[in-house]
Write a protein that binds this ligand. Sequence first.
Ligand SMILES: [Fe+2]
Length: 168
Amino acid sequence: MTLEVLNTQYEELPIRSGVDRKDRKMLAELMGRALASTYVLYHKTHAFHWNVTGPMFYSIHKMTDEHYQDMASAIDDIAERIRAIGFTAPTGLSRYVSESRISDETDLEDAVSMAMQLARDHQEVAAQLRDAAKEAEKVDDVYTADLLTARIGAHEEASWMLNALIVQ
Ligand SMILES: [Fe+2]
């Protein structure tokens, strides 16, 4: 006797939320790409948090701490929303890097360049989220639209804070 209940299956989950399957699939793909960008920016923020040096060390170290923690929980929220609308969340760091709109960074620059790069990246993620939120609104997935809209605000605020640090 096989215990079918224990078999791991990653089939699409049945959803009857009122949003068409093709629309949910489209949103799952958009959220998957937004997740990839957020994940890469999360890691870059963490790496800069560890390695930043100079007179702005404490400001950037502290600010990036808040930002990576915020993104860590956002990553979880976005991935679980993809599951909630019936699809699997993307796996594999190489996939995240290749689907991300944010460049993967392996070099370490000075503190001002780090802050500038992060500020620019947050704007880029905000723009990506804005496009995805518009699509969610169009197909009446209001919860997804709300989630993505809230994330736009978080990234725009992070960008403002980083820019305010380095403005002369
Ligand atoms: Fe830390």
